[in-house]
Write a protein that binds this ligand. Structure first.
Ligand code: SF4
Length: 265
Protein backbone atom coordinates (compact mmCIF):
# COMPACT_ATOMS: atom_id res chain seq x y z
CA UNK A 1 0.00 0.00 0.00
CA UNK A 2 1.42 3.35 -0.94
CA UNK A 3 2.24 5.91 1.72
CA UNK A 4 -0.52 8.50 2.24
CA UNK A 5 2.11 11.17 1.77
CA UNK A 6 2.95 9.84 -1.67
CA UNK A 7 -0.72 10.01 -2.57
CA UNK A 8 -0.96 13.56 -1.27
CA UNK A 9 2.12 14.50 -3.27
CA UNK A 10 0.56 13.09 -6.44
CA UNK A 11 -2.71 14.89 -5.72
CA UNK A 12 -1.00 18.22 -5.11
CA UNK A 13 1.23 17.72 -8.12
CA UNK A 14 -1.83 17.42 -10.35
CA UNK A 15 -3.59 20.34 -8.65
CA UNK A 16 -0.59 22.68 -8.88
CA UNK A 17 -0.88 22.85 -12.66
CA UNK A 18 -4.14 24.80 -12.26
CA UNK A 19 -2.99 27.09 -9.44
CA UNK A 20 -1.01 30.31 -9.20
CA UNK A 21 2.24 30.26 -7.18
CA UNK A 22 0.47 32.01 -4.27
CA UNK A 23 -2.29 29.39 -4.34
CA UNK A 24 0.30 26.61 -4.48
CA UNK A 25 1.96 27.92 -1.31
CA UNK A 26 -1.41 28.20 0.43
CA UNK A 27 -2.29 24.64 -0.65
CA UNK A 28 0.90 23.31 0.93
CA UNK A 29 0.01 24.96 4.23
CA UNK A 30 -3.58 23.69 4.09
CA UNK A 31 -2.85 20.12 3.07
CA UNK A 32 0.44 19.32 4.81
CA UNK A 33 -0.06 18.68 8.50
CA UNK A 34 3.46 19.17 9.80
CA UNK A 35 5.37 22.49 9.51
CA UNK A 36 6.25 23.76 6.06
CA UNK A 37 9.74 25.18 5.55
CA UNK A 38 11.00 27.31 2.68
CA UNK A 39 14.75 27.30 2.20
CA UNK A 40 15.84 30.46 0.42
CA UNK A 41 19.15 31.09 -1.28
CA UNK A 42 18.08 34.73 -1.72
CA UNK A 43 18.15 34.27 -5.51
CA UNK A 44 15.48 35.90 -7.65
CA UNK A 45 13.09 32.90 -7.61
CA UNK A 46 13.40 32.63 -3.87
CA UNK A 47 12.85 36.35 -3.42
CA UNK A 48 9.56 36.03 -5.30
CA UNK A 49 8.50 33.15 -3.05
CA UNK A 50 9.55 35.06 0.06
CA UNK A 51 7.41 37.97 -1.15
CA UNK A 52 4.38 35.71 -1.62
CA UNK A 53 4.83 34.03 1.76
CA UNK A 54 5.37 37.22 3.73
CA UNK A 55 2.69 39.25 1.94
CA UNK A 56 0.07 36.55 2.55
CA UNK A 57 1.26 36.00 6.13
CA UNK A 58 1.54 32.27 5.48
CA UNK A 59 2.83 30.17 8.40
CA UNK A 60 5.83 28.97 6.42
CA UNK A 61 9.23 29.16 8.10
CA UNK A 62 11.66 30.97 5.79
CA UNK A 63 15.22 29.76 6.35
CA UNK A 64 18.52 30.49 4.65
CA UNK A 65 21.73 28.50 4.90
CA UNK A 66 24.49 30.92 5.78
CA UNK A 67 27.59 29.10 4.58
CA UNK A 68 29.82 31.95 5.74
CA UNK A 69 31.01 32.38 2.13
CA UNK A 70 28.09 34.34 0.65
CA UNK A 71 28.52 37.52 -1.40
CA UNK A 72 28.29 40.79 0.57
CA UNK A 73 25.34 41.61 -1.71
CA UNK A 74 23.50 38.55 -0.39
CA UNK A 75 23.87 39.68 3.22
CA UNK A 76 22.68 43.17 2.28
CA UNK A 77 19.68 41.68 0.48
CA UNK A 78 18.88 39.48 3.48
CA UNK A 79 18.67 42.54 5.70
CA UNK A 80 16.80 44.59 3.08
CA UNK A 81 14.22 41.82 2.70
CA UNK A 82 13.58 41.62 6.43
CA UNK A 83 13.13 45.39 6.57
CA UNK A 84 10.80 45.41 3.54
CA UNK A 85 8.43 42.75 4.94
CA UNK A 86 8.95 43.08 8.69
CA UNK A 87 9.58 39.35 8.99
CA UNK A 88 12.70 37.48 10.01
CA UNK A 89 14.55 35.11 7.69
CA UNK A 90 15.94 32.44 9.99
CA UNK A 91 19.48 31.16 9.53
CA UNK A 92 21.18 27.82 9.83
CA UNK A 93 24.96 27.76 10.23
CA UNK A 94 27.53 25.03 9.72
CA UNK A 95 28.47 22.98 12.74
CA UNK A 96 31.45 24.86 14.20
CA UNK A 97 33.59 21.80 14.95
CA UNK A 98 32.94 20.22 11.55
CA UNK A 99 33.85 23.51 9.88
CA UNK A 100 37.08 23.81 11.86
CA UNK A 101 38.02 20.26 10.87
CA UNK A 102 37.18 20.94 7.22
CA UNK A 103 39.37 24.05 7.04
CA UNK A 104 42.17 22.39 9.03
CA UNK A 105 42.05 19.55 6.57
CA UNK A 106 41.66 21.14 3.17
CA UNK A 107 42.45 24.80 3.73
CA UNK A 108 40.18 27.81 3.47
CA UNK A 109 39.61 27.46 -0.30
CA UNK A 110 40.14 23.72 -0.64
CA UNK A 111 37.09 23.34 -2.89
CA UNK A 112 39.07 24.60 -5.89
CA UNK A 113 41.47 21.69 -5.78
CA UNK A 114 39.36 18.55 -6.03
CA UNK A 115 35.72 17.59 -6.51
CA UNK A 116 35.80 15.63 -3.25
CA UNK A 117 37.02 18.71 -1.40
CA UNK A 118 34.19 20.73 -2.92
CA UNK A 119 31.64 18.11 -1.98
CA UNK A 120 33.03 17.98 1.56
CA UNK A 121 32.76 21.77 1.86
CA UNK A 122 29.18 21.77 0.53
CA UNK A 123 28.46 18.90 2.89
CA UNK A 124 29.60 20.82 5.96
CA UNK A 125 28.39 24.27 4.95
CA UNK A 126 25.11 23.35 3.21
CA UNK A 127 23.92 19.76 3.34
CA UNK A 128 24.20 19.13 7.06
CA UNK A 129 22.62 22.50 7.99
CA UNK A 130 19.83 21.81 5.47
CA UNK A 131 19.05 18.61 7.33
CA UNK A 132 18.65 20.62 10.54
CA UNK A 133 16.55 23.25 8.75
CA UNK A 134 14.14 20.54 7.59
CA UNK A 135 14.07 18.54 10.82
CA UNK A 136 10.45 17.88 11.80
CA UNK A 137 9.08 19.50 8.64
CA UNK A 138 6.29 17.89 6.63
CA UNK A 139 6.70 20.15 3.60
CA UNK A 140 9.69 21.73 1.91
CA UNK A 141 9.31 24.64 -0.51
CA UNK A 142 12.07 25.36 -3.02
CA UNK A 143 12.54 27.83 -5.87
CA UNK A 144 13.54 25.24 -8.48
CA UNK A 145 12.46 25.87 -12.06
CA UNK A 146 12.08 23.30 -14.80
CA UNK A 147 14.23 25.19 -17.30
CA UNK A 148 17.17 25.92 -14.99
CA UNK A 149 19.22 22.95 -16.15
CA UNK A 150 18.81 19.64 -17.91
CA UNK A 151 18.77 17.60 -14.71
CA UNK A 152 15.86 19.63 -13.37
CA UNK A 153 13.57 18.84 -16.30
CA UNK A 154 12.58 15.56 -14.72
CA UNK A 155 11.39 17.16 -11.47
CA UNK A 156 7.73 17.66 -10.61
CA UNK A 157 5.70 20.42 -8.97
CA UNK A 158 5.34 18.25 -5.89
CA UNK A 159 6.98 14.96 -5.00
CA UNK A 160 7.43 12.83 -1.92
CA UNK A 161 11.03 12.99 -0.77
CA UNK A 162 11.38 9.55 0.80
CA UNK A 163 14.90 10.20 2.09
CA UNK A 164 13.73 13.18 4.13
CA UNK A 165 10.19 11.91 4.74
CA UNK A 166 8.47 15.06 3.49
CA UNK A 167 6.67 16.61 0.54
CA UNK A 168 8.89 18.74 -1.65
CA UNK A 169 7.14 21.47 -3.62
CA UNK A 170 8.45 23.72 -6.38
CA UNK A 171 5.78 26.43 -6.82
CA UNK A 172 7.72 28.21 -9.60
CA UNK A 173 8.48 25.05 -11.48
CA UNK A 174 6.69 26.18 -14.67
CA UNK A 175 7.73 29.83 -14.48
CA UNK A 176 10.51 31.17 -16.65
CA UNK A 177 13.25 33.40 -15.38
CA UNK A 178 11.78 36.28 -17.38
CA UNK A 179 8.31 35.73 -15.83
CA UNK A 180 9.92 35.96 -12.42
CA UNK A 181 12.02 38.99 -13.29
CA UNK A 182 8.90 40.85 -14.43
CA UNK A 183 7.01 39.81 -11.29
CA UNK A 184 9.78 41.16 -9.06
CA UNK A 185 9.81 44.43 -11.01
CA UNK A 186 6.01 44.83 -10.89
CA UNK A 187 5.88 44.11 -7.17
CA UNK A 188 9.05 45.95 -6.07
CA UNK A 189 10.53 42.74 -4.70
CA UNK A 190 14.14 43.32 -3.61
CA UNK A 191 16.59 41.25 -5.64
CA UNK A 192 20.32 40.74 -5.64
CA UNK A 193 21.99 43.43 -7.83
CA UNK A 194 24.47 40.79 -9.02
CA UNK A 195 21.72 39.34 -11.24
CA UNK A 196 22.03 42.41 -13.45
CA UNK A 197 25.80 41.86 -13.66
CA UNK A 198 25.62 38.41 -15.22
CA UNK A 199 25.27 36.31 -12.08
CA UNK A 200 22.06 34.44 -12.79
CA UNK A 201 22.45 31.60 -10.32
CA UNK A 202 24.14 32.87 -7.17
CA UNK A 203 25.71 30.65 -4.56
CA UNK A 204 28.81 31.12 -2.44
CA UNK A 205 31.09 33.94 -3.60
CA UNK A 206 34.21 31.86 -4.32
CA UNK A 207 32.16 29.30 -6.25
CA UNK A 208 30.10 31.60 -8.47
CA UNK A 209 31.17 33.65 -11.47
CA UNK A 210 29.27 35.82 -13.95
CA UNK A 211 28.08 34.09 -17.09
CA UNK A 212 29.64 34.67 -20.47
CA UNK A 213 27.26 35.41 -23.36
CA UNK A 214 25.30 32.31 -24.39
CA UNK A 215 26.25 30.20 -21.38
CA UNK A 216 23.53 28.20 -19.61
CA UNK A 217 22.14 29.60 -16.38
CA UNK A 218 24.11 27.44 -13.98
CA UNK A 219 27.42 27.47 -15.86
CA UNK A 220 28.79 30.02 -13.41
CA UNK A 221 28.60 27.60 -10.48
CA UNK A 222 31.72 25.47 -9.71
CA UNK A 223 32.91 26.31 -13.21
CA UNK A 224 36.35 24.82 -12.63
CA UNK A 225 35.21 21.29 -11.81
CA UNK A 226 35.61 19.75 -15.24
CA UNK A 227 39.11 21.12 -15.44
CA UNK A 228 39.86 19.83 -11.96
CA UNK A 229 38.84 16.33 -12.98
CA UNK A 230 41.22 16.55 -15.89
CA UNK A 231 43.98 17.62 -13.48
CA UNK A 232 43.66 14.41 -11.44
CA UNK A 233 47.05 13.27 -10.12
CA UNK A 234 48.79 16.63 -10.03
CA UNK A 235 50.91 17.60 -7.06
CA UNK A 236 50.91 21.02 -5.51
CA UNK A 237 53.59 23.01 -7.18
CA UNK A 238 54.92 26.52 -6.84
CA UNK A 239 51.86 27.74 -8.69
CA UNK A 240 49.68 26.39 -5.87
CA UNK A 241 48.25 23.42 -7.71
CA UNK A 242 46.78 20.45 -5.95
CA UNK A 243 48.95 18.08 -3.97
CA UNK A 244 48.03 14.42 -4.27
CA UNK A 245 49.17 11.43 -2.30
CA UNK A 246 50.77 8.37 -3.86
CA UNK A 247 47.33 6.86 -4.59
CA UNK A 248 46.30 9.88 -6.62
CA UNK A 249 43.85 11.25 -4.06
CA UNK A 250 44.16 14.84 -2.82
CA UNK A 251 46.48 15.21 0.14
CA UNK A 252 44.74 16.40 3.30
CA UNK A 253 45.87 18.73 6.07
CA UNK A 254 49.58 19.34 6.42
CA UNK A 255 50.25 16.41 4.08
CA UNK A 256 49.25 18.69 1.23
CA UNK A 257 52.27 20.86 1.98
CA UNK A 258 54.59 17.99 2.74
CA UNK A 259 53.87 16.73 -0.77
CA UNK A 260 55.34 19.86 -2.32
CA UNK A 261 58.87 19.14 -3.48
CA UNK A 262 61.47 21.38 -1.79
CA UNK A 263 62.15 24.56 -3.74
CA UNK A 264 65.48 24.89 -5.44
CA UNK A 265 67.79 27.23 -3.50
S1 SF4 B 1 29.49 26.47 -2.81
FE1 SF4 B 1 31.72 26.52 -2.49
S2 SF4 B 1 32.12 27.66 -0.57
FE2 SF4 B 1 29.91 27.16 -0.71
S3 SF4 B 1 29.72 25.32 0.48
FE3 SF4 B 1 29.98 24.64 -1.64
S4 SF4 B 1 32.21 24.41 -1.99
FE4 SF4 B 1 31.88 25.50 -0.03
Amino acid sequence: MSDAREELAAELNAAFARLTPAERLAAMVERVAAPVVFTTSLGIEDQMLTHLIFKAGLPIKVVTLDTGRLFPEAYALWRQTEERYGRRIKAKYPNAEALEELVDDQGIDGFYFAPEFRKACCGVRKVEPLGRALKGAGGWITGLRRDQSANRETLDFVSFDAARGLLKANPLFDWTREDIRLFTLDNAVPVNPLHERGFLSIGCAPCTRALKPGEPERAGRWWWEEETRKECGLHVDDAGRLARTHDGRPAHGDAAFEAIPPRAP
